[in-house]
Design a protein around this ligand. Structure first.
Ligand SMILES: Nc1ncnc2c1ncn2[C@@H]1O[C@H](COP(=O)(O)OP(=O)(O)OP(=O)(O)O)[C@@H](O)[C@H]1O
Ligand SMILES: [Mg+2]
Length: 386
């Protein structure tokens, strides 16, 4: 008998079979388009931890805009972004202005500078090319429609590119206000930015980005347990296998609301049932699914996070990992790794800034990447003992 394809999608950026718990963000964007020029949903900032579904949200938002007849472009904020946007937006045959240069091109030092490391002395760049490209594109579009620019990995954006985007946004709005048309008939511009949570601090600490400060903010949090359980049942049943509610709930609990983990567990429990030639996902499959998913999560999320940190930050986490998954008294950390209070203070602050740990009440910290402490205990300590 031919196997039914595995419906779960533990792949970065892949729209899942059921998008769990994100309807409010999509509704916000949809009303932004419907409410016309100046609606808050037309300038949005979506933040979330790795694997929480930012790229997927951008992709859904792009689909909504396309369905509404908007012109959509997307980029991942890497070097040369505005240049690529201009090429994508400019209608064919448009003449380039002689003097205009695309931001982030040919400006020494700018291309590699990102929000975090940005100094305020960075020279503002000419934003006219992008502005012109959008204006020309809008001229070719019907009333009431517009251009959506969707930017992923915004934490890596250069300040020059942000300036160009901000100017484009303001220019188009001012231009459209001049038409005297009702807001619903004006042509529009919308931006949706997605990035890691540290982006919010970068933005708040940086005077140049008032544009991003004004964006409507959405934080992608863990998705709710019951919705996860129901999604497991829906997806499994509509794809040709069965799972009972209780087992689906057990799988959902193990996923802890983490969207990537939800897909991993779904994928591996389905595969385990397939291997047994079973149409029903049973206890053994949930066990195998959780175990295999955890292993994949270690590889895809925990290892890159841990090895991406500086050695003292790792040492701090190793001290925390001795407590299990719960909270750690900050006062215990220095003693465990024989470091001073100021060392503890410094690396506590740096790990909080990078959203690896969070304060958990007076004198307490907790890891905010699921399974990271478990990973350190299972993999790092274990290897050290070998
Ligand atoms: N709301 C959701 N419900 C169920 N699964 C989801 C949801 N959002 C994302 N996923 C799944 O989670 C995984 C990660 O999604 P995505 O790549 O969009 O995350 P991300 O936040 O962009 O991660 P990164 O920061 O690493 O780029 C994918 O397998 C995707 O199918
Ligand atoms: Mg992503």
């Amino acid at each position: 008998m031919a196997k039914t394809p595995n419906p779960f999608k533990p792949t970065a950026g892949k729209v899942p079979p059921v998008l769990i718990g994100r309807q409010d963000v999509l509704d916000g964007f949809e009303s932004g388009l419907a409410d016309g020029a100046g609606a808050p949903g037309r300038l949005m900032l979506i933040t979330g931890q790795r694997g929480f579904g930012k790229t997927v949200m951008l992709s859904e938002i792009r689909s909504i805009a396309e369905r509404e007849g908007w012109f959509v472009v997307a980029d991942n904020a890497s070097v040369g972004m505005c240049d690529r946007l201009v090429r994508a937006i400019r209608p064919r045959g448009m003449r380039m202005r002689e003097v205009s240069i695309a931001p982030s091109v040919g400006v020494a030092g700018l291309a590699t500078a990102t929000f975090g490391g940005m100094t305020l002395e960075t020279p503002p760049v000419d934003a006219r090319t992008l502005r012109d490209a959008v204006t020309e594109r809008l001229e070719k579009m019907p009333r009431g429609k517009g251009v959506l620019i969707a930017i992923d990995e915004t934490q890596g954006v250069s300040m020059g590119d942000v300036v160009a985007l901000a100017e484009t946004f303001q220019h188009v709005q001012a231009d459209q206000d001049q038409t005297g048309l009702p807001d619903a008939q004006k042509k529009g511009i919308a931006f949706v930015f997605a990035g890691l949570p540290s982006l919010v601090d970068d933005i708040l600490n940086n005077k140049v980005s008032t544009f991003l400060q004004r964006a409507e903010r959405h934080t992608l949090a863990e998705v709710p347990l019951v919705e996860t359980r129901d999604a497991y049942v829906d997806v499994v049943e509509s794809s040709g296998k069965t799972i009972d509610d209780e087992l689906a709930l057990r799988a959902a609990k193990a996923a802890g609301g983490h969207p990537y983990m939800i897909q991993l567990i779904g994928y591996h429990m389905w595969r385990s049932a397939d291997r047994r030639g079973s149409e029903a996902i049973e206890n053994v499959d949930v066990d195998a699914g959780v175990r295999d998913a955890l292993h994949a999560f270690y590889e895809a999320v925990c290892a890159p996070t841990y090895y991406g940190l500086r050695p003292p930050q790792r040492l701090f986490l190793e001290a925390m990992a001795r407590d299990g998954e719960g909270v750690t008294h900050v006062a215990d950390i220095g003693a465990r790794v024989e470091r001073t209070d100021s060392w503890v203070h410094k690396y506590r602050a740096s790990l909080i800034r990078e959203r690896v740990i969070e304060a958990a009440g007076y004198g307490l910290v907790r890891c905010c990447i699921p399974h990271l402490c478990e990973y350190i205990r299972d993999e790092v300590f274990w290897h050290e003992r070998e």
